[in-house]
Write a protein that binds this ligand. Sequence first.
Ligand code: COA
Length: 152
Amino acid sequence: MPLAEILGSIQRSELYVVHIGRQNGPRVATLTVDDRASDLRWTEDERRDAARYVHKLYVVPRVAPGLGSALLDWAGRHAAGAGAEWLRLDVWTENRRLRQYYEDQGFSLVRVVGGLDSGALYQRPSTTCVERDPSLIIVDSTTEYVPPPSEP
Ligand SMILES: CC(C)(COP(=O)(O)OP(=O)(O)OC[C@H]1O[C@@H](n2cnc3c(N)ncnc32)[C@H](O)[C@@H]1OP(=O)(O)O)[C@@H](O)C(=O)NCCC(=O)NCCS
């Protein structure tokens, strides 16, 4: 991932870091949500759609099962709040397991773009909500993960 791309996401306030419990608590996840569609992947018509694009989703393993799913729901709410109809992402074409994960999260395959590693394009309505665990609360303004009371 080019550093300039990451720095650009930070400067535009599109990169989110998720903390447990409080804003300076342990960092457990990151993602970016933006409206910049890749013109290598999405057609001109699709780029005109009201959509937000998730990139760089990463969750520290085994800290909070389902957090990735909850964050995708959060990204959807964020997108819907900004007037977007679709939440979109691209996945490594050959990574069948990861593609299955996104399909299980309610994403539909739009198409596979040849000649790109990350060419499997997916979308779901921004209003889709998959995570049912009520203990996974993502606080919108700060993107915090608030653990259930039983957790230390
Ligand atoms: C993808 C991710 C955010 C999902 O988080 P989550 O909703 O909390 O779900 P889990 O971490 O339990 O993963 C769900 C399933 O996807 C699989 N998976 C996750 N990342 C994967 C990857 N990069 N390649 C293949 N499979 C992957 C997990 O092994 C798990 O499979 P299982 O249910 O058969 O055990 C998280 O696993 C992650 O950060 N993965 C590494 C980074 C990554 O691949 N990000 C996606 C970029 S498009």
